[in-house]
Design a protein around this ligand. Sequence first.
Ligand code: NAP
Length: 282
Amino acid sequence: MSQARLMDGTALARRIVERTAHRAAELTSRTGVRPCLATVLVGEDPASVTYVRMKQNRCRTANIASRHVELPAETTTARLVRTLRDLSADPSVHGILLQHPVGDHIDERAAFEAIAAEKDVDGVTFASFATMSFALPGFVSCTPGGIMRLLDAYDVDPAGKRAVVVGRSAILGKPVGMLLLARDATVTYCHSRTRELSSVVREADIVVAAAGRPRLVRGEDVKPGAVVIDAGYNAGNVGDVDFATAVERASLITPVPGGVGPMTIATLLEQTVDAAARQLAG
Ligand code: NAP
């Protein structure tokens, strides 16, 4: 059997960011206003600090202004909610990203819900989940949205296909399943209590691995010719799929890194410009 074709998220993300930069510049020259993303970081977790810095750097390349709010680790839910409400009410901010996870002592859901729906460019609020689920216009969760763009770019039409999503987190597994369902896939969710994971995955035409477990999905679990999307990112640049064996059976597969990862930030930037365009149009 021939090896799967790689789904190049780096190249696709680059094209999206270039287009986004062009749209942002055009919006600024027309309105005099630069699209602005506010990032909010609680505490000093090194991975979160790196992610936020990456997002700010990418904003610059996309002609998007960024405003950064740093709060101490001991910030209360009430204080964080107040900060997010203030940013929601600030007309010079068009999109808001709360870097998560926040500390265990914070009610993360309450914080997400303090983000105005029209500024939820990371797609984390209940309102965004509802629009994703009902296939209505709105913001998508960034990683799931990036996955759908990758499928489209490689002409994978989910309609009628069996899709298996391994993972059911609020920001990744659940919304990507809803987006696939909205595109008429037959969707099965797997999670830590799923029995006989391998036999469920073996039925999939499209597998989305989003469990945060290194090499959980093995090549022998992949139906020959399936499309394999690996959203996992574990220590040592290892995904949730055993790439070396899965590449022998899949028809298309995302590498780690360079597959899903770059698409997440590209989607965030694109949605920030969408948000600014809508807000500036009144
Ligand atoms: P999460 O919140 O920890 O959720 C993990 C999900 O996987 C849970 O639903 C869990 O089930 C399920 N799971 C855990 N072990 C399992 C097993 N052995 N079999 C089947 N399901 C299992 O993680 P997340 O935030 O969704 O992230 C998942 C992965 O994606 C991580 O590697 C993360 O680094 C990566 N990620 C990448 C990007 C990107 O931009 N590329 C963005 C976000 C996340 P229960 O619900 O039963 O606990």
